[in-house]
Design a binder for this molecule. Structure first.
Ligand SMILES: *Cc1c(COP(=O)(O)O)cnc(C)c1O
Length: 404
């Protein structure tokens, strides 16, 4: 049984106060909070078996290597990758995207086309722009509508035999829209294009199956799904990862080194130069275990309740507008009060102990579309409650009174 009050006991930070008020943490789309089991995993690593991996024959090094490689297997099973070596451990979504964007430099020529969506995070725009600058490829954008949904009929028109790559997020961090990635992937493959899906925002809410999706690359940050910062995943199909050149040179990614010629290690080590975030990788595995214990079906059902309740309650406030109203969305509510700057609202609600995000959420093109400077974004997680939403609603009402 899903019991939110019991779950909240797992998160020590939820007991603290901010400005004398109980913390209400609604900035989950920026980073999630960390349960005690993950904190314990980190403490255990540094207290008991901190050592460099893959190198030493000594006991600590073997224990650390085993734990790190066990985590990789957990990640593989969670995302249902076919092979363990298709899981590259990176520093996060941004790093993962850059590995792929840099790797494609040799595969693109002038006039080739890359399609991105209008709903992208900057980390899924800028690396592709840089790739276009290097290769002369052209960036095309799938536009969005008022509801914050991609215009799939325009996507159909953009696709052609010039399309080499398609990139979109699974779920928009700014609006919460769940994109029709099954359709995006299938249509891209019909014209022979590869697809990268940015799963940073989907993985806290749903459990993707990379084989069922038939996706070429899928990228994730652990810190959005109850894990630590500075670690994430690049999933790539084996044939793609074999084709892509290494991203960085260094230790751990080589087979043989002489001054004349170096040969590279096989997967996954080819993409893991240098000492990785060992503790982070192990804690990433612990975070997935934790979330799977709660159950992604339970998480989705409960978060949908919060989304419905939050939407209804916030819309009771006159002059409040919600951006991103797709029927297919997760528990993210982006909103503004008429004629009031989002930053001012954010400052007042923080005084009342509530953490929301204000600004463009690293998705300036979306804000330009709506012709607004930014929004206030409340993003709910499975450890949030309806009572906390009530606190937010009262705080927004108060801000409105003070600012108008
Ligand atoms: C958070 C986020 C990113 C960036 O993740 P980092 O951990 O900062 O690399 C990219 N895309 C989306 C959709 C995100 O929500």
């Amino acid at each position: 049984m899903f019991d939110v009050h019991k779950i909240r006991e797992d998160f020590p930070i939820l007991k603290r106060t901010v400005n004398g008020k109980p913390l209400v943490y609604f900035d989950n789309a920026a980073t999630s909070q960390t349960p005690q089991v993950v904190i314990d995993t980190i403490v255990d690593y540094y207290s008991n078996y901190n050592a460099n991996i893959h190198r030493g024959v000594h006991t600590l090094s073997q224990e650390a290597t085993d734990a790190y490689e066990t985590a990789r297997k957990k990640i593989q099973h969670h995302f249902n990758a076919k092979h363990t070596h298709e899981i590259i451990l990176t520093s996060g979504t941004t790093h993962s995207i850059n590995i792929v964007a840099t790797g494609f430099t040799n595969f693109l020529s002038k006039g080739d086309e890359i399609i991105v969506s209008a709903l992208e995070h900057h980390s899924n725009i800028v690396p592709w722009q840089m790739l276009c600058e290097r290769t002369g490829a052209i960036l095309k954008v799938i536009p969005m509508n008022e509801e914050g949904e991609l215009l799939m009929n325009v996507y159909d028109q953009l696709l052609s035999d010039k399309t080499k790559l398609v990139f979109t997020n699974h779920i928009s961090n700014a609006l919460g829209t769940i994109n029709a990635i099954e359709e995006i992937i299938e249509k891209a493959h019909k014209v022979g294009a590869a697809v990268l899906i940015d799963g940073a925002q989907s993985c806290p809410h749903i459990k993707p199956d990379v084989q069922a999706l038939d996706v070429d690359f899928y990228v994730v940050s652990a810190h959005k799904l109850c894990g630590p910062t500075g670690v994430g995943m690049l999933y790539g199909k084996e044939e793609w990862l074999n084709k892509l050149p290494p991203y960085q040179g260094g230790g751990e990614m080589i087979d043989q080194v002489t001054f004349e010629k170096t040969t590279y290690a096989g997967l996954p080590h080819k993409f893991e130069a240098g000492t990785p975030n060992i503790c982070g990788g192990i804690a990433f595995g612990a975070a997935l275990d934790y979330m799977n214990t709660i159950g992604f079906d339970n998480i989705a059902t409960y978060e949908n309740e919060l989304l419905e309740y939050g939407t209804k309650r916030l819309l009771e406030i006159e002059g409040l507008k919600i951006y991103g109203t797709s029927k297919n969305k997760t528990s993210v509510i982006s909103f503004n009060l008429e004629n009031i700057h989002p930053y001012d609202v954010g400052t007042i609600v923080d005084k009342l102990g509530i953490a929301v995000r204000t600004g463009h959420h690293c998705a300036q093109p979306i804000m330009d579309f709506y012709k607004i400077p930014g929004t206030i974004r409340a993003s709910f997680s499975f450890y949030n409650t309806k009572e906390e939403i009530d606190v937010l609603v009262e705080a927004v009402k108060k801000a409105k009174m003070m600012l108008s």
